[in-house]
Design a protein around this ligand. Structure first.
Ligand code: SF4
Length: 423
């Protein structure tokens, strides 16, 4: 049962609808909008402030996984950090995927929860260096006000990031903050070893820091009282398309996907799990909201986008549109992106016009994975390749007639509805 709604429905550039399924944690107190510091303390209290070893123990006890996409164990990342004044903490709130809205909602509505988590990590690492990167104007303004509200955040640097999908990847952000271009470095580097200005940097997604704050205010036992044993607690999702309740939702882990995306209409109604680097499935089946379980099922949750296409749209056209956008978002410095992604996007257009076979699209997509300097071509290939079997019946219609007769509704957004703040 969805018990509360914290913001009115979103117009373009307006507030993001955000609600909780059951008891709110991350979104607690947000019914009236942004939670200021006084209300934040009344709702959440003061966080515990353990040292790095103690904090890692707490985060490990609740199996906290990063919420930006990779799902890396947060305790492991913290244990890999050197402590001291050179260490840096980076909150990545850039959220470059236009289908995802959860981080901007969180930063707009509950900014102090994110800051509590970032400052607790900084204290544990014995540093004052904290940077928050954000693109959404409302989220930026909310954070700017929040930083003025709290004297313990004087050293926090708030940086606008007017970039995009690949440019929002954490290594791109680290590079931009170090004075370089907002593209991933050509070799795989870990921010914990070589981060901002070459310093060890604990970098994670905005929701991850809010979850850290919840562990510190609730304690391990209460935090783990909801959700599944392998991934306790709640998580933020962005639901879009033909779903019972579109928008940002906080849910306990373990909830069936069918409850969130609906049971379908009897006909094929494919579900996208994990956004534009995600995986298409024919329906929710018995999948549940759990990063470990979804990864094991081959459908990683990534940044938490779940979508079901409306029946009235050309599903193949929707996939082709996103593939073209993914091609346009690459930083163009590796072969699979420079040559491969436009070729796959073009193949999908040709497939929709009945001029190319599914096998040729699959062949081109199969050339992408494992050859780029970041995960972008792998994610794009998964998005395209998984759509082909799920859309088999629709593709047959396109092959026969050169179209399916349905309009392209643009159910999967490829432009950000909120204007980004100029850097
Ligand atoms: S794989 Fe693609 S997006 Fe990633 S660094 Fe190379 S060109 Fe850029």
């Amino acid at each position: 049962m969805t018990t509360r709604t914290s913001t009115p429905p979103a117009a373009a550039g307006g507030p993001v609808p955000a609600s909780a399924w059951g008891s709110a944690r991350l979104l607690a107190g947000t019914t009236q909008g942004r939670v200021d510091l006084t209300r934040h303390r009344a709702v959440h209290g003061m966080p515990r402030l353990p040292d790095a070893a103690g904090l890692a123990r707490m985060l490990g006890a609740v199996h906290l996984l990063g919420r930006g996409g990779a799902g890396f164990p947060v305790a492991t990342k913290l244990r890999g950090m050197r402590t001291g004044a050179r260490a840096h903490v980076l909150v990545n709130g850039s959220e470059g995927e236009p289908a995802s809205r959860k981080d901007r909602a969180l930063l707009s509505l509950a900014p102090h929860l994110v800051l509590d988590g970032a400052l607790a990590i900084a204290r544990a690492l014995e540093t004052e260096q904290v940077t928050v990167v954000v693109a959404d104007p409302a989220a930026y303004d909310s954070l700017a006000v929040s930083l003025r509200e709290r004297p313990d955040a004087r050293s926090v640097r708030l940086v606008p990031h007017d970039q995009g999908f690949v440019a929002g990847e954490v290594r791109s952000v680290v590079r931009a903050l170090s004075g370089g271009p907002a593209v991933p470095p050509g070799r795989r580097t870990l921010p914990t070893e070589h981060g901002i200005d070459g310093r060890p940097t604990f970098a994670s997604n905005a929701e991850t820091f809010a979850q850290i704050a919840l562990v510190l205010t609730l304690g391990v036992e209460e935090y783990a009282a909801v959700g599944t044993p392998e991934e306790p607690g709640t998580t933020l999702l962005t639901l879009l398309g033909d779903v019972p309740r579109a928008g940002v939702v906080e849910v306990p882990t373990g909830l069936p996907l069918a409850a969130l995306v609906g049971a379908g209409h009897g006909e094929a109604a494919p579900v996208l799990v994990g956004g534009y680097h995600g995986t298409w499935v024919a329906g929710p089946g018995d999948l549940t909201v759990s990063r470990p379980a979804l990864r094991q099922a081959g459908v990683p949750l990534n940044a938490g986008v779940l979508a079901r296409l409306p029946q009235g749209t050309c599903a193949l056209g929707e996939v082709a549109t996103v593939a073209a956008w993914l091609a346009s978002e690459s930083s163009g410095q590796c072969g699979p992106c420079y040559f491969g992604l436009p070729s796959v996007a073009d193949a999908l257009v040709q497939l929709a016009a009945g001029r190319l076979t599914t096998e040729e699209v699959r062949r081109r997509a199969g050339l992408l994975p494992g050859r780029g300097a970041c995960a972008h071509p792998d994610g794009a290939a998964a998005f395209v390749a998984s759509a082909l079997p799920v859309l088999e019946a629709e593709i047959a219609v396109h092959r026969a007639h050169g179209h399916c007769g349905r309009p392209l509704l643009g159910a999967l957004p490829t432009t950000d509805p909120t204007p980004r703040r100029a850097a």
